[in-house]
Design a protein. Structure first.
Length: 199
């Protein structure tokens, strides 16, 4: 005879990472207990040192304490999940700054071989820029609701890159400005598609 048990746990799993969202402290503690019990039956152990709780603060409540296998879990104000920074205030500033710091590294790695290479056409440079740098800059942007200050930070990097790509251009004055505009349109920078007013 085979024993079968059913546990219902609402979680978001990717490889060996798991996120347990909950609307109430009691609900989260029940999920922690359930997942710890389910894992232990499978011979797995939840590492309490690597498990953190991101608590969205409330004006009327003190931060609750959570336990897993008798060990108290630490509270954090931000953590990185699947490459994106999530904060307790739901503010995008840390994530935008992280993206703006990562994208220049991608640009610098290809600068001599691609972006300042006079043997490559502007179309080829822009194709590489879109595929590598813009995708790094706007990773997971589908879930963003940026303010204008975030848009400005993204576009400042974007314009600097376009100026570097076009610096070998022999045209000057209005013609170069026109080419810069055309390159910007060709890059199809999607951050302009949506923004919110600053508070």
């Amino acid at each position: 005879m085979t024993k079968v048990t059913n546990d219902t746990i609402f979680d978001l799993q990717y490889a060996d990472d798991a996120a347990l969202p909950s609307h109430t402290p009691d609900g989260l503690q029940r999920q922690l207990d359930a997942i710890s019990s389910a894992y232990s039956r499978a011979g797995l152990v939840v590492n309490s040192k690597k498990t953190e709780v991101l608590y969205l603060p409330s004006d009327s409540l003190l931060p609750p304490t959570f336990y897993i296998s008798g060990h108290q879990l630490g509270l954090t104000e931000q953590f990185t999940y699947l490459g994106s920074i999530i904060t307790s205030t739901c503010d995008l500033t840390a994530e935008i700054q992280h993206r703006v710091n990562l994208a220049p590294a991608s640009f610098r790695r290809l600068s001599k071989r691609v972006f300042t290479n006079g043997d490559l056409s502007t179309r080829t440079k822009m194709a590489v820029y879109n595929a590598i740098c813009v995708s790094t800059l706007l990773y997971a942007c589908e879930g963003w609701t940026p303010y204008r200050r975030h848009i400005r930070a993204l576009e400042a990097f974007h314009i600097r890159c376009l100026q570097t790509i076009l610096q070998e251009c022999t045209c000057t004055g209005g013609t170069k400005y026109l080419m810069l505009r055309l390159a910007a349109e060709q890059a199809q920078h999607p951050s302009r598609r949506y923004y919110s007013e600053d508070n």
